[in-house]
Ligand binder design. Structure first.
Ligand SMILES: [Zn+2]
Length: 442
């Protein structure tokens, strides 16, 4: 039951458009489709109106494009508004503010793996509270008696803190901020805490889930003895075959939640494990042609563009993420009607081989189905040489590396992807506390 205090907080902080649609609970995956559609339309109009009236950045953008808030009558009218790019956000930290600077409560920063000036993402307290209060209990089942380990970075980016607050504020579960490779956070310590506290949920990245499993093996902690209900992956993508390996190692369901530091949560995976359901109460997702900017139809692959529906003070409208994806046209067997989409990796990470573009996750999916291959690998790209795929990889435990094995793996991989492959088998690749580097340029 909602307490009087909670009611008061909600009354005070929720914009009227939210209050009209979310009465007691804020759970878009349990709302009737017609109410959710109506909410999304009205929330978009509210965001655009506030941006136009209070943010010089968006006012100028819309004026140049000849668009006024009253032109946004339906969700499809969003395409009339120009995009917001990473480069624009790198110019001035305060660029997006549609509120007083003193109302800013939290600032995150993304430097990106490709370098460049940092991007600062800000939220007011109201927005922050609101974004963490909206939960998806069917897609993201977390109960009050769950004990959640957040093994994601807490510094600078929002990865750790964002899921931390989702568990704590949204689901009212218990949270342990174990972090990922910070000053006090080592895989060994995290494994010790796992043995002592017995988490039921862990949020981490795909590569760090392997690092933790390796530390658990060193410490003789049997992961399958933990009362785990689920592992949530965030921060990096991985292929279905890599996920299968994680499920086997950890003895639990492994699901994805995806988002960016700039936009917050974008989507969550259901147990059908075939695409992510968009967090439609939080964001609008468009897929556009990266060259022309034209909005693409479901099924067509393009750049993922995000508009935040719950950010009224510091809006983010039509943000180009530089990630590739496509909307799924078919309904999901799980019954949730929130639209699904598929991620295809970052635009900058696509590997060109014999004139064709490959997502590293697509290639990884075949690689991880070869049982002799270990859990750490790199695709080695040499500028000017795109006739074959070079794969540097560890072998699985108990497997002896040999030239014969390398040749056998190359034949299998070529049969799967249609590109000649060359394997370099190594004993151990360097472990990293940062995002795993799957594509190296030599
Ligand atoms: Zn589903």
């Amino acid at each position: 039951m909602t307490s009087r205090f909670e009611n008061r907080i909600r009354e005070e902080i929720l914009p009227p458009v939210i209050r009209r649609y979310f009465s007691q609970s804020l759970c878009p995956d349990q709302m009737p489709l017609t109410s959710l559609s109506k909410f999304r339309k009205e929330a978009l109009q509210e965001v655009v109106t506030r941006a136009y009236e209070n943010s010089p950045f968006y006012r100028q953008k819309m004026t140049l494009a000849g668009v006024k808030p009253q032109d946004i009558k339906n969700l499809s009218d969003l395409a009339k508004i120009p995009f917001t790019t990473k480069d624009e956000l790198r110019q001035d930290p305060w660029t997006l503010l549609a509120c007083d600077k003193k109302d800013v409560s939290i600032i995150h920063v993304s430097t990106g793996t490709t370098g460049g000036q940092p991007i600062y993402t800000m939220q007011t307290w109201k927005e922050y509270y609101l974004n963490h209060s909206v939960i998806y209990p069917f897609l993201h089942p977390v109960a009050q008696d769950d004990l959640c380990f957040v093994a994601l970075p807490y510094e600078m980016s929002s990865a750790g803190l964002s899921l931390h607050n989702k568990f704590l504020v949204g689901h009212q579960a218990a949270v342990v901020s174990v972090g990922k490779g910070g000053a006090y956070s080592t895989p060994e310590k995290t494994v010790k805490l796992m043995g002592d506290l017995k988490p039921t949920i862990i949020a981490t990245s795909p590569s760090y889930a392997i690092t933790l499993a390796e530390a658990a093996a060193e410490a003789s902690l049997d992961l399958t003895s933990l009362p785990l209900k689920r592992i949530w992956l965030a921060g990096e993508g991985c292929s279905p075959a890599f996920r299968k390996r994680l499920e086997k190692i950890w003895g639990t369901t492994v699901s994805f939640s995806c988002g960016t530091t700039e936009s917050g949560i974008i989507a969550m995976e259901c147990d059908a494990q075939n695409g992510y359901h968009i967090a439609e109460g939080n964001v609008l997702v468009e897929i556009v042609d990266p060259q022309t900017g034209k909005v693409l139809e479901p099924g067509e692959i393009g750049e993922v563009v995000i508009t935040c529906l719950l950010r009224f003070d510091i809006p983010l409208i039509r943000y180009r993420t530089q990630d590739l994806g496509c909307l799924e046209p078919k309904p999901c067997p799980c019954g949730v009607t929130l639209q699904r989409f598929h991620l295809r990796g970052r635009m900058a990470d696509q590997i060109v081989l014999k004139g064709k573009r490959f997502s590293p996750f697509y290639l990884e999916n075949f690689l991880m189905q070869l049982p002799e291959v270990g859990n750490w690998y790199q695709f080695v790209v040499k500028p000017g040489d795109n006739e074959q795929l070079k794969i540097r990889t560890e072998v699985a435990a108990g497997v002896e590396p040999s030239p014969e094995l390398a040749a056998k793996l190359a034949v299998k991989m070529e049969a799967a992807i249609g590109i000649p492959c060359k394997f370099e088998l190594v004993n151990k690749l360097e472990r990293t506390m940062k995002k795993a580097i799957r594509v190296v340029y030599e």
